[in-house]
Design a protein around this ligand. Structure first.
Ligand code: FMN
Length: 184
């Protein structure tokens, strides 16, 4: 299985990156590859037909994935522009995200742990253009890691055991979701 992860933070010490790396280590069977979205140019329809190798490589990587994980910080109650930009690049003629099973999650220092950002993210992924199949929240699959600065140690390890256990439960469910045959 190949899972591509998009992390909406470019920060070296990003909690969202730590969250994805935790899942990458704990679930090697997901085959997680973390995409580098830091060098993507801003989306512009004028360069869409010939966007350059960085964009083409990113589009090919997403297209090759069996599943996608998106981890978003919350910037002013939404997802960061760098993440939205990356999603826009895989929503157009190649429709690289179409039909991908996606698990969304987020970590923030606030108490609500990216709730508002994830509402926007879910909406964006569930559009005609992006056409991804987002893991339903039904059943309690929301990964909102609030107060993230208290849940990782200085080595980037997730040390909050209830959070780690909850994430494991949701990832196990996601493996089942990702295996579903869906033809909409
Ligand atoms: C521009 C900006 C806006 C932010 N807005 C929010 C917000 O609306 N809600 C929140 O919980 N945290 C907010 N934060 C704090 C982030 O949760 C915190 O910086 C977090 O560590 C970012 O994720 P990262 O560690 O993956 O980079 C904001 C941070 C920045 C830089």
């Amino acid at each position: 299985m190949k899972t591509v992860a998009l992390v909406g933070s470019l920060r070296k010490d990003s909690y969202n990156m730590k969250l994805v790396k935790h899942i990458q280590e704990k679930f090697p069977e997901l085959g997680i590859e973390i995409a580098d979205i830091s060098h993507l140019p801003f989306f512009n329809e004028e360069i869409e037909a010939d966007p350059g190798q960085t964009v083409r490589d990113f589009q090919a990587l997403v297209k090759s994935a069996d599943a996608v994980i998106v981890a978003t910080p919350e910037y002013n109650a939404s997802m960061p522009a760098v993440l939205k930009n990356a999603i826009d690049w895989v929503s157009r003629e190649g429709k690289e995200m179409a039909g991908k099973k996606v698990l969304i999650m987020g970590a923030s220092m606030g108490a609500l742990g990216t709730v508002k950002a994830q509402i926007h993210l879910r909406d964006v992924l569930d559009t005609v253009g992006v056409a991804a199949y987002v893991m339903p929240a039904a059943g309690g699959n929301d990964i909102f890691v609030g107060a993230a600065h208290t849940k990782f140690d200085e080595n980037g390890q997730l040390t909050d055991e209830p959070t780690a256990q909850f994430i494991s439960m949701v990832v196990e469910r996601f493996k089942n979701f990702a295996a579903l045959e869906v033809n909409l």
